[in-house]
Design a protein around this ligand. Structure first.
Ligand SMILES: NC(=O)c1ccc[n+]([C@@H]2O[C@H](COP(=O)([O-])OP(=O)(O)OC[C@H]3O[C@@H](n4cnc5c(N)ncnc54)[C@H](O)[C@@H]3O)[C@@H](O)[C@H]2O)c1
Length: 393
């Protein structure tokens, strides 16, 4: 296949590009390096210095694993997107190229608008470029399990069957996300549903859980091939953040009670999922939804697993701190999300074991001198604190 990976400078995009190339596919990688600017903006740094995209592509080729076409530009620029799709002629497009952080989108009006314009416009441009130049290509779009929120019913993997006044139908699963970032993905899903129905595009919407992990088979090939791992309060996902806190002597920052339950997966399973989905594409006109996670845990369960593993395997005593929850979310809720379709396609999950957490902790420990402990504690609040009452008299 000719596979175009959008967002290939990022945490998931780079290992994905390497995976497809090693499997023998023709790979194109695209990014506008926006994430590197957002890092500077919020004062976040990856766990280790990350080589520029072009240098990683060169290193990968020099090691004999294959070449990649590199496209540097912005998905919100239609002339650029249209040219890349026309020239590269992809069979499959893996779309990771969005602003990926809920806290970033909640920092203020400006970051919120920027997130939605970036994410929604980029996906719309892609829809039109595909319609024009690659109508038979398969779009694999990364959404988030966070789009669903925490409804008091099972989360389906596809539409919700309903019965109203004796009549039956199926409707897109009603989503009640918890941030403007997640809403941008809900908007994408609506636009893509329409594009599949109207233009006959093939689309798979992968509602991905929270990813953890520092390494994939390909990043371990050479230090220059490492991917960008974040641990800070804006871009770091929770388990990666807990590992950084453990090795730098900080308490694990659990938001509220920690009873919030979420779906998780190992970065190695993200690689498996996107490959499986690409090899088994959606039909023309089909908008296919899959829930891409392997296990569900409460945040407190994760913290306890990290605490226990840090003590057992690294001899580190780690505390758990319950911070006032900066987000506006239910802390105790029902959670039962279906996630069968990827298993049916052949996904063999890497479960979250003490061994996995131990390997992550050792990676963070080796690079602990790079960890900036000033960016661990949340400062972005969903709801403004009430102003102090004005004194009377
Ligand atoms: N990491 C997770 O836990 C997780 C979970 C669920 C969903 N996702 C989704 O998966 C995707 C990849 O996540 P990630 O963690 O690798 O994020 P990331 O920020 O590391 O990678 C995204 C890349 O896209 C690029 N990008 C953003 N906007 C662009 C634009 N307009 N034009 C060109 N390039 C652009 C960025 O520069 C960045 O390199 C995102 O859409 C994210 O929302 C991630």
């Amino acid at each position: 296949m000719r596979v175009l990976v959008l967002g290939a400078d990022g945490y998931l995009g780079w290992p994905t590009a390497m995976r497809f190339a090693r499997l023998g596919h023709e790979v194109g990688v695209l990014d506008n390096m926006a994430k590197r600017a957002w890092e500077l903006e919020v004062g976040a740094r990856p766990l280790w210095p990350v080589e520029p995209l072009q240098s990683r592509v060169n290193a990968f080729a020099a090691l004999g694993h294959g070449t990649m076409d590199v496209f540097v530009g912005d998905l919100t620029d239609y002339a650029f997107v249209s040219q890349v799709v026309r020239e590269f002629r992809p069979d499959t497009i893996i779309h990771y190229a969005e602003q990926p952080s809920a806290p970033f989108s909640m920092m203020g009006r400006e970051q919120c608008v920027r997130t939605q314009v970036n994410n929604v416009t980029g996906t719309l441009n892609l829809i039109w470029a595909m319609r024009e130049h690659a109508p038979d290509a398969h779009l694999v779009k990364l959404g988030s399990m966070g789009e669903y929120g925490t409804p008091n019913i099972d989360i389906e993997e596809g539409p919700l069957p309903i019965e109203v006044k004796g009549r039956r139908d199926e409707i897109p699963f009603p989503k009640q996300p918890g941030s403007f970032y997640h809403l941008s993905k809900v908007h994408d899903s609506h636009n893509l549903t329409f594009a599949a129905r109207t233009f006959g595009l093939r689309v798979t919407d992968l509602n991905q859980g929270i990813v953890y992990g520092t390494q994939t088979e390909e990043t371990l090939l050479d230090r220059r091939l490492r991917t960008s791992v974040h641990y800070d309060q804006v871009f770091g996902t929770v388990l990666n953040r807990f590992c950084a806190e453990s090795v730098s002597g900080r308490p694990l920052t659990v938001y509220g009670t920690g009873q919030q339950m979420r779906g998780f997966l190992n970065i190695r399973d993200t690689m498996q999922c996107v490959v499986l989905v690409s090899l088994n594409p959606a039909r023309p006109g089909e908008f296919r939804v899959m829930n891409q996670f392997t296990e569900a845990f409460t945040i407190l369960e994760l913290a306890q697993l990290v605490q226990h593993t840090a003590r057992q395997q690294l001899g580190l005593e780690v505390e758990i701190a319950h911070l006032e929850n900066p987000r506006n979310e239910l802390q105790q809720h029902y959670y039962n999300a279906k996630h069968e379709k990827l298993l049916e396609l052949g996904l063999v999950p890497h479960h979250l074991t003490a061994e996995t957490v131990g390997a992550m902790l050792r990676d963070f420990h080796e690079h602990r001198q790079h960890i900036d402990t000033s960016v661990l504690v949340p400062t972005v609040r969903w709801v403004r604190a009430d102003p102090a009452p004005i004194a009377q008299g």
